[in-house]
Ligand binder design. Sequence first.
Ligand code: AMP
Length: 555
Amino acid sequence: MEYSKLVETYSRLGETQSTLEKTSILAELFEDSEKNIEDIVLLAMGRPFPEWKDLDLGISSKTMVEIISQATGKSKGDVEDAWRDKGDLGIVAEEMVETKTQQRLMSQDLTVEKVLQRLEKVAKMSEKSLDSVDMDTKKKHVADLISSASPEEARYITRTVLQNLRLGVGEGIVRDALSEAFFDGEYADDIQRAYDLSTDFSKVAKACTEGIEEVRRIEIQVFRPIKSMLAKKVDTIDEGFETVGKPAVIDYKYDGMRAQIHVKDGEVKVFTRRLEDVTKQFPDIVRAAKNNLEACNCIIDTEVVAYDPEDGSSIPFQKLSKRIKRKYDIQKLEKQIPVELRPFDIIYSEESLLDKKYTERWSKLEEIVEEVEGELRLVDRTVTDKEEKVTSMQQKALSEGHEGIMMKKQDAKYKPGSRVGYMVKLKPVMETLDLAIIGGEWGEGRRKGWIGSLRLGCYSPEKDEYLEVGKMATGLTDEQLEELTERLEPLIVREEGREIKIRPDVIVEAEYEEIQKSPNYSSGYALRFPRLKQFREDKNEADNVEKVRSLYDSQ
Ligand code: AMP
């Protein structure tokens, strides 16, 4: 397929905000591209490769600036200036290609296949350790693409490389568009199920072209991650029992990393909750699974908990997260931050267990697990219908430094990808903090002209200044962002690129998951996942750093 045809669809998608319209535009594209539907469906979401394929282009915005400069003959400084001005490298690439002095390199038009082949080459290079020569070749591959692209094509190639298509096409729209294109709008649930089990829209779309029976035949496959079942949040034990029924399973909620561990004929793969393959980063998980799971083919759902190698006490997720992205010094890190697997569910054991009750799945898990401290142990749990017992379990969990507890429905199936309430989390509610907005960032793309990503500060009486405690990526509606920008704009005291410093006159009440120590913020603390609860119009001073410290200590 001509790449320009795909670009035409991209630009139509960009012109509408309506989900229904986006769905029909995509449905039209899918109908016309039955032959290479596997690629088209991914590209529609801005993904050059399926999620489960461990392929990463490894090109940052900074590198992309160099590539645009190389492909268009413009200076790096010019590209950077334009980026600052437009806030979107896609638009910059488009404009630079439009006004470039050099001729288009190839006279042939770009095809979807050509673009994908190039990008795959680049991603495969990223797998090897990169020296500067490799990096130059990588840049050249992408620059060649931009050189042979029309201005509009350059916009979308750039955005695809940066994995940010900015067209608002998510899973739901793709699912509905497939249903509209191939089944007159029916069977959206079957399509969703097939996607949750395979996490591979290429495969699902191909099946759609062959009929609904093919879609229904899609099943779990060991070594392909499936969507994890998610937990609902409850505020009280009562509410927990109401949701999951009595008696319920009560587990400790550990502060670790969720991992889906796949075993196939003695080989192991590890996937994160975001379906990333992290097998290489965690040779210790692989070993523990090999040594302590007695099954030829299985998939288990596990919390991976880090512990202090000296005294065995558990270490918070924040530290463990270092290991997720790390591609070098793996053995060193493995010693510094060792982990223990705490399985809590099983999804597959020689056959799919999705439709089995949780009690049956748990028995299966007990059957195949051999517990060894420091390597793999089932989660600590109890089964009860008594509130007092849950309370004491909760207190024990918190006093041992865990996050809280989970309550689970005994006769529930495993529902991938949904927050159905078959398991709920009960975490202690954190006291909120009143903080000043001390800075922010001008938005990019659709949010250009609005201030987003707010920096929050608490007050230090000693220094008589505000110290940063975190960044809030707002989660606000467009109207709220607009209002916020109107209020903050007159308070700007300094601007540097997109970064702005704001006079601390607006106070907000912030909720958050927890407080962590952080050398990156001037207060020495960082709020994890801060959210805006409300504006404190009634206040003109923020909480001071002492309060943050004492909340941190009381966690
Ligand atoms: P949250 O991340 O706050 O939505 O809480 C759900 C997460 O808690 C899961 O995705 C797991 O990573 C984690 N977790 C910790 N302990 C357990 C457990 N015993 N059962 C299920 N999930 C757990």
